[in-house]
Design a protein around this ligand. Structure first.
Ligand code: PEP
Ligand code: MG
Length: 555
């Protein structure tokens, strides 16, 4: 038997399933206790304390951004106000588990009522509640096991960036989620880790824990109970493919020698080893907000310098494109809170809009970048996320110039910016196309929704039209969205005029080999064929007809 989802991070992984969604049942309403109130309160306190301790312990083990996220959760469990609420309910005869459940519920409504960042933390609060109730009722406590005896396939309804931040490829051999699209941030983090992933896989959480599965992150197939021969066949084929790809070395170029720098998308210094190992020629997208998820206060300039410098030092003489904080929507930062009412966060104040509301935070970040690059040999490029108009582009460039930064650019990830790219080009030094958000906004399709993944397909001809518009606007134009990681599409993007491609490090060998196997003319013909198609599937097929080298590489 097989389940089918959407391949979101290439590679093959297998192992027993660990299902993360074991939901903790709600303790029955009106549940009472038999002993005395003080004993019941002590039971509640002990459970909250244990949960806080576990979260803190995991934080210490994980370090970095994950530690901040987990410490913030531990503080919820240690909140004295919450404990007062729990104890008051116990005084009225409510059993500890129900008291915890209700007290957290009240606190939750208050948080959601305040909206914005605090509202976003409701899910973290639910997690603390479930852990505590699980302890009090003897229900198995869920959470990602960091000390499992053998590597496992992590199956979940969905994963928060904070969940994946704790994991390493030594522990998890593959991710399978029921929700999420191929451009969701979970998928991006999986690719950054180099762990195969399948998203939008219906029925995955119904798999019994411990079931052996074989996950193919390219085709999206999750084979249940594979035979030893099937596992050996799939892992052998994957190893052979990797070997073939790894044989193509050197900087990115087409078969006729046209140079296309191949850069890495990174979320912090932790991604550098993989970028260097896979031959990245620089960084095309440094998602700086990933460094500060879970932070309550804005990072100081010194902290930022310390975080940026290793990335700049890793690429002497090469381009490093740093994106200013892209906070908001699914990447909330406490120190850049959303407004009280923001009914559609993805359409709200995120990216550059947030920087305009908090210009001092942007000024600090630009100053930190200017300090971080001093004394290194990197060529620092700075770009803004979520830019819609020429006026915004001009404002950002002015802010960069004021900070003494030479190369200022913008991401093209809002359709208006692509359509009027020529207007924006007058104000910036370069563009970088973010195909993930560009598809989301072009098709009005939430990138986190698995049900809409067909609309996030970067082969959609309408999306290719916008890429062509931006790439033809007279500025160097990279692509840093996940589209660049698809070897066939990478050739099409080059055919459309992209001047550099940036992707998760693990995708670099396949893209390097695909480009090396085709001439610029073949890329152009493939691009024209794809744009002439009426839908994504036909576009892919039509382009591949001009890219015969892909089949030789098993791509
Ligand atoms: C994009 O939108 O394509 C992009 C690269 O930015 P992010 O995925 O971080 O939103
Ligand atoms: Mg984006």
């Amino acid at each position: 038997m097989s389940l089918r989802g959407v391949g979101a991070s290439q590679g093959v992984g297998h192992g027993p399933v660990f299902v993360l969604t074991a939901e903790v049942p709600e303790p029955p309403e009106g549940a009472t206790y038999t002993g005395d109130a003080d004993q019941e309160k002590a039971r509640a306190r002990a459970a909250l304390d244990e949960v806080a301790g576990v979260l803190e312990g995991r934080g210490r083990q994980a370090g970095g951004a994950a530690e901040d996220v987990l410490n913030a959760q531990a503080m919820m469990a240690r909140d004295p106000g919450l404990l007062v609420g729990v104890e008051a309910l116990i005084d009225h005869g409510t059993a500890a588990e129900r008291a915890v459940y209700e007290a957290f519920g009240r606190y939750r409504s208050m948080l959601v009522g305040t909206g914005g960042y605090m509202g976003e933390r409701a899910a973290d609060l639910d997690d603390v509640r479930d852990r505590t109730v699980a302890l009090l009722t003897g229900h198995p406590m869920h959470g990602v096991p960091l000390d499992a005896p053998e590597p496992f396939v992590l199956v979940a309804r969905d994963l928060a960036p904070a969940d994946t931040a704790l994991l390493s490829k030594e522990v998890v051999t593959a991710f399978v989620t029921e929700r999420g699209g191929p451009t969701s941030h979970t998928a991006i983090l999986a690719r950054a880790m180099g762990v195969p992933a399948v998203v939008a896989c219906a029925g995955a959480t119904s798999l019994a824990p411990g079931t052996l599965v074989l996950v193919d992150g390219s085709t999206g197939e999750v084979r249940v109970g594979p035979t030893d021969a099937e596992v050996a066949g799939a892992t052998g084929a994957e190893a052979a493919r990797q070997e073939k790809l790894a044989a193509v070395r050197g900087p990115g170029r087409t078969a006729d020698g046209h140079s296309v720098p191949l850069l890495a998308n990174v979320g912090g210094p932790g991604d550098l080893d993989a970028a260097l190992a896979h031959g990245a020629e620089g960084v095309g997208l440094f998602r700086t907000e990933f460094l500060f998820l879970g932070r309550k206060a804005a990072p100081t300039q010194d902290e930022q310098v310390a975080a940026y410098r290793p990335v700049l030092e890793a690429f002497p003489g090469a381009t490093v494109v740093v994106r200013t904080l892209d906070a908001g929507a699914d990447k909330p930062l406490a120190f850049l809170p959303a407004r009280e009412r923001e009914p559609n966060p993805a359409l709200g104040e995120r990216g550059l809009r947030m920087s305009r509301r908090f210009p001092e935070v942007l000024a600090d970040q630009l100053a930190a970048l200017e300090r971080a690059v001093a004394g290194t040999a990197a060529r620092l490029h700075v770009m803004a996320p979520m830019v819609a108009t020429a006026e915004e582009a001009a404002w950002f460039t002015e802010a960069c110039r004021t900070a003494g930064l030479a190369a200022a650019g913008v991401m093209i990830e809002i359709p208006a910016a692509a359509i009027r790219a020529r207007d924006l080009a007058e104000h910036v030094d370069f563009f970088s196309i973010g195909t993930n958000d560009l598809a989301q906004y072009l098709f009005a399709a939430d990138r986190e929704m698995a049900e809409l993944s067909a609309l996030h397909d970067a082969w959609q001809p309408a999306l290719l039209d916008l890429v062509a518009a931006a790439a033809g606007a007279g500025r160097p134009c990279g692509v840093c969205g996940e589209a660049a990681a698809d070897p066939a599409l990478a050739c099409v993007l080059v055919g459309l005029g992209a001047t550099a491609l940036s992707m998760s490090a693990s995708a670099l060998p396949a893209v390097r080999a695909a480009l090396a196997g085709h001439t610029t003319e073949q890329c152009r013909l493939a691009a024209a064929a794809a744009r002439s198609a009426k839908d994504a599937a036909t576009a892919r097929q039509a382009a591949r007809a001009h890219l015969p080298g892909l089949a030789d590489l098993a791509l």
